[in-house]
Write a protein that binds this ligand. Structure first.
Ligand code: SAM
Length: 307
């Protein structure tokens, strides 16, 4: 991935930040089972120090801060300043004080090696320009025998929450095939792919499991449309090129398609994620300086959607 493409990705997240902040109470509820899986697989407990990478507007940082309690602490990081500011406001609003905030990219932390008991990343690793060097950097700052836990989307056909809007849009605009190696929600949808990169980065005891759950929140079909079309920059960009009447038609089509996922008027999409965890070895001799794997988008394929 070139520096220009990496810059474009961060610009898109910067533009998305205000929508992620607006919907963050719902996003927290929707992905609470994923946070619980990360806490469980990393063995997070009271008193620990935890680093959250790509924490967006504050999760899973704030839930983990409650888990580690006042004798523990969390540092919430993100490459986008507006996301970090949103996370700070969320912590303030919830009265959570054992969490601090740093703006930094996932492959260059301003932290000493061996600093954290646990490093987590929920729905972030798929978007990093070079996931291998980011995972090596996460391991560098993890204490020996400390844990790393990551969450990524499983395959798109198992996740109608993500695909329902883009499927409708594909009836209106040509949709080029997505490059599976480029940053996007489903970059690590293939079981084993992320786990292998974590092993290559130097982690031991690497495990992977599929988390089946429901993405649930007390929102209506109309609110779902608003949330999805606002929080995804690829969807925002496509919709911006449509005349107003066509946007209304797309919205109606999407609402019709997803109605079955709103029993009793509340959202409940079946969903699957891949949870990958691993440990930093006790006597790691790895040199954690970054190096790059070639996985940028090719000319004929495009980046995937993001959530
Ligand atoms: C899908 S959001 C996930 C946010 C949060 N962890 C959650 O689960 O709600 C992805 C986040 O990754 C951040 N991000 C993208 N590229 C990054 C990078 N290279 N380094 C750090 N953060 C990055 C974005 O700014 C965004 O906040």
């Amino acid at each position: 991935m070139s520096d220009i493409q990496a810059g474009d990705t961060l610009r898109e997240w910067t533009e998305s930040a205000r929508y992620w902040e607006k919907y963050s109470p719902f996003i927290r509820t929707m992905f609470a089972p994923v946070t619980a899986a990360l806490i469980e697989d990393a063995g997070i407990r009271e008193g620990q120090t935890v680093l959250d990478v790509a924490g967006g507007p504050g999760e899973p940082s704030l839930t983990i801060a409650e888990t580690v309690g006042p004798s523990g602490s969390v540092i919430c990081t993100d490459a986008v300043a507006e996301m970090v500011q949103a996370a700070e406001r969320a912590a303030h609003g919830r009265g959570i004080t054992n969490v601090s905030f740093r703006r930094c990219p996932a492959d260059l932390f301003p932290f000493d090696r061996d600093s954290f008991d646990v490093v987590v990343c929920r729905l972030g690793v798929m978007f990093f320009p070079d996931p291998l060097s980011a995972l090596r950097e996460m391991l560098r700052v993890t204490k020996p025998r400390g844990m790393l836990a990551l969450a990524a989307w499983h395959q798109s056909d198992l996740n109608p929450f993500c695909t329902s809007v883009s499927e409708v849009l594909s009836h209106y605009v040509e949709t080029p095939p997505v490059d599976p190696g480029a940053p996007g929600a489903f970059r690590f949808a293939e079981p084993g792919k992320l786990a292998n990169i974590l092993r290559n980065a130097g982690a031991v005891e690497v495990r992977e499991r599929i988390l089946e759950f429901h993405i649930e929140a007390p929102i209506s079909v109309h609110e779902f449309w608003e949330l999805r079309s606002a929080t995804s920059s690829t969807l925002r960009e496509k919709l911006a090129s449509f005349p107003d009447a066509q946007v209304c038609q797309v919205a109606e089509d999407v609402k019709e398609d997803v109605r079955g996922f709103f029993p009793n008027g509340q959202m409940s999409f079946p969903a699957q994620m891949i949870i990958v965890s691993g440990q930093k070895s006790q006597a790691s001799t790895a040199n954690y300086s970054a190096f790059t794997v070639a996985n940028g988008p090719s000319d004929s394929l495009v980046r995937g959607d993001e959530f």
